[in-house]
Design a protein around this ligand. Structure first.
Ligand code: SF4
Length: 308
């Protein structure tokens, strides 16, 4: 049924880098919804997954034309809009590009969905105007990925990245500090760096694991990982440990053309730059934080806090 609402439907979450983009909701929620460290869509009120009709989404694009006629970039959500299918996604992308003169169209994408679509479909998406995908890699360590029920493997990510590069679609990976916990942090970071070195994505965006619960402001919801913490099967990383993780990650990354960003307010140290040119400077910035007096560092960790 076609919705004829006056306002376009809002996304639940978007990448910080898409703050100026037209936000187009193609699907609702996350179909996978199994990652132990997440559960964020149900926590924010989107408990089920659904695919919107092409007519509904086109109607939203018509509304956006009135609201944001000069927008230059666009982002499709929610968590994995490619679940709408290549035909529907492409029809919406082509329509958007007829209505708006946008320079960039991006979306969130699960590596497992891209893997299922295969190379030919990825080329079709590129032809329909998709320029960049935001992929939650989180870790390059198979053990960490399995424990966290991420539903992807390094092998899958390697293959998908090759197809994306051949199709000319940029890759933006998200890496989650703290995901290996205190016991596996070195393995988590070293294998993540090795996978990134192999793939050389255009972007790596660094995040810190944040466990929402009663004390962190989302009423009635709790991150599924809390259960493992209570059972003793996951020991959360310390604040300082996550800074050391970031340092190790940068130290292990080669001088790639990849742009690294810490574009989330939960990161304790915010560095950014291209690995090829700025890696040493970024490492020096982290080191200059780590030599501050301990009380100063602790005060900083408390000040940064945790928020969505
Ligand atoms: S991390 Fe992404 S794929 Fe995993 S449950 Fe959350 S939204 Fe879904």
């Amino acid at each position: 049924m076609t919705s004829q609402k006056d306002m376009p439907e809002m996304l639940t979450i978007r990448p910080p880098s898409e703050w100026r983009s037209l936000l187009v909701r193609v699907t609702r929620g996350c179909k996978w919804n199994r990652c132990r460290f997440c559960g964020i869509y149900p926590a924010l009120g989107q408990s089920s997954f659904s695919i919107r009709t092409v007519a509904e989404v086109k109607h939203d694009i018509d509304l956006l034309r009135l609201l944001r006629p000069s927008a230059e970039t666009a982002f499709f959500g929610d968590a994995d809009p490619l679940e709408a299918g290549v035909d529907a996604f492409s029809e919406i992308a082509v329509y958007l590009r007829q209505v708006f003169l946008i320079k960039r169209l991006t979306c969130y994408a699960r590596a497992s969905t891209l893997y299922r679509l295969k190379e030919e479909s990825i080329h079709l998406l590129a032809r329909a105007g998709l320029n960049r995908v935001h992929i939650g890699l989180e870790s390059g360590d198979p053990e960490t990925l399995r424990f966290q029920r991420k539903g992807l493997s390094p092998k899958m990510v390697r293959q998908v990245s090759q197809w994306l590069k051949q199709a000319g679609i940029e890759i933006s990976f998200y890496v989650l500090l703290g995901l290996g916990g205190r016991d596996h942090w070195q393995q988590h970071i070293e294998k993540t760096a090795a996978l990134i070195n192999e793939i050389e994505p255009e972007f790596v965006r660094i995040r810190r694991l944040w466990l929402y619960g009663d004390e962190t402001g989302i009423a009635g919801a709790e991150c599924p990982l809390w259960r493992e913490i209570r059972a003793g099967s996951f020991i959360p990383q310390t604040a300082e440990g996550s800074v050391l993780e970031m340092r190790l990650l940068l130290a292990r990354l080669d001088r790639l053309s990849t742009f690294v960003a810490c574009d989330h307010q939960n990161n304790y140290v915010n560095v950014s730059g291209t690995l090829k040119e700025d890696r040493d400077e970024m490492l020096a910035e982290i080191d200059s934080f780590l030599v501050l007096p301990s009380e100063e560092r602790q005060a900083h960790y408390e000040e940064v806090g945790s928020q969505i």
